[in-house]
Design a protein around this ligand. Structure first.
Ligand SMILES: [Zn+2]
Ligand SMILES: [Zn+2]
Length: 396
């Protein structure tokens, strides 16, 4: 028999024999292998040419795994085979023939090592949503650790002018230089920095990525129910952090400028969905009109309700976007005089309406507009987003 001839040339372990005989009855490869060995009267060998003795040293190998490097509860394990083991597996398959149900060496190692890591360290194997990807490298018989990013969902408010995302210094690209006062930051304050500073402290992660449902202008405030976001923490050393404490710390750090309304575990999928979401928004534009404005005059604004506004690409962004006409409906308008020349305009509109241009008219590029209807030039001094309609609300 082929196996007897092979066993004369190479040492082979029970696991590797059993793997090649899936039709033999037995609980596992090791048992099947022992049975076949006994039937054929083959001697047991020291080591094995086909797994380099890995299956005989599993307990010892598992001790090299460091469960404290990264916090995790669930994992998936993969094996990177070196060339020699790949060659030996080909030889094994060639000499013994492959029948249905024969497992690959890789799969065999994954299962046996995975089982031991789970038992030895009290972890759960979860191929669908693991906290960590562990790679066993056969060449060194060591482990690689690839913690999955941590995703957290929340909603933020912003009360001071600043960009949303991190903004590294353009000279040093974030490493820190004289020009940025060694902060690595072009903008010292962004919403992401305020959230990330705290989360990186708590998780000891490598960095963050902010995925939000749209963004407001740098000088616009984000109020009301807050803007939904998912923040991704890259390579967190700790991931089961106290999220309520994290919210408190962020809001403390935010000093009234940035606020997070809640945090809960999230996923890569939710991050992607949020980024693509087109949520309706409610704005409050703080408007100033040349020549003053009265309550009676503002009544004219009624005719803009329910109207579709045509907007050529605004002058201010025409240099980076092609000139097109965008049509968006203004659903509802309400207003309140706040001074002799100023009023607040509450605007509910379809996703994508350029609010500043809707007010100013943008030199005739947006029609109809608030300025046109009122018959006097008006412009937005400050624009606030007061509601984002979409995404999970924070604790009611
Ligand atoms: Zn073996
Ligand atoms: Zn710099």
């Amino acid at each position: 028999m082929a196996l007897q001839r092979l066993a004369k040339e190479y040492p082979i372990c029970d696991e590797c024999i059993g793997r090649m005989f899936p039709e033999v009855e037995g609980e596992n490869n090791r048992e099947r292998g022992r049975k076949v060995r006994e039937i054929l009267g083959l001697r047991e060998t020291e080591g094995c040419a086909f797994c380099r003795g890995i299956f005989q040293r599993l307990d010892e190998i598992v001790e090299r795994f460091d469960p404290n490097l990264y916090e995790f509860r669930t994992f998936v394990l993969g094996t990177r085979l070196d060339k020699e083991l790949v060659k030996m597996e080909e030889l094994l398959w060639e000499r013994l023939g492959v029948v249905e149900g024969v497992e690959t060496l890789k799969k065999n190692i994954n299962r046996e090592l995975g089982k031991r890591i789970a038992e030895r360290y009290g972890k759960l194997h979860d191929p669908v949503n693991p906290d960590m990807e562990i790679v066993f490298v056969t060449e060194t018989e060591r482990f690689e650790y690839h913690p999955k990013p941590l995703y957290l969902y929340g909603r933020y408010r912003k009360h001071a002018p600043m960009p949303q995302s991190k903004w590294p210094c353009r000279y040093c690209k974030g490493s820190g230089c004289e020009r940025c006062d060694y902060t690595g930051r072009q903008w010292r304050e962004t919403v992401e920095y305020y959230i990330a500073d705290v989360l990186l402290g708590l998780t000891m992660g490598k960095g963050t990525r902010l995925h939000a449902a749209g963004r407001e202008d740098i000088d616009a405030r984000m109020l009301g129910n807050g803007r939904p976001f998912v923040i991704e923490v890259i390579e967190p050393r700790k991931r089961y952090i106290d999220l309520e404490e994290a919210v408190r710390e962020i809001n403390n750090h935010g000093g009234g400028k940035v606020e997070v309304l809640c945090l809960r575990p999230s996923s890569k999928r939710e991050a992607r969905e949020l980024k693509e979401a087109k949520f309706e928004k409610v704005y409050v534009a703080h408007v100033r009109c040349r020549g003053g404005i009265t309550e009676e005059e503002l009544e004219e604004l009624k005719e803009l309700e329910g109207v579709i506004i045509s907007q050529r690409t605004p002058e201010r962004i025409a240099h980076r976007r092609s000139d097109r006409v965008r049509r968006r409906r203004v659903k509802r308008l309400s207003w309140r005089v706040t001074g002799t020349h100023t009023f607040d305009l509450v605007i509910e509109a379809e996703h994508g309406l350029y609010i500043r241009e809707f007010v100013s008219g943008d030199g005739g590029r947006t029609r109809p507009s608030v300025s046109e209807v009122l018959g006097k030039p008006c412009f937005v001094e400050l624009l606030d987003v007061v509601e984002v309609r979409g995404g999970e609300e924070c604790g009611g």
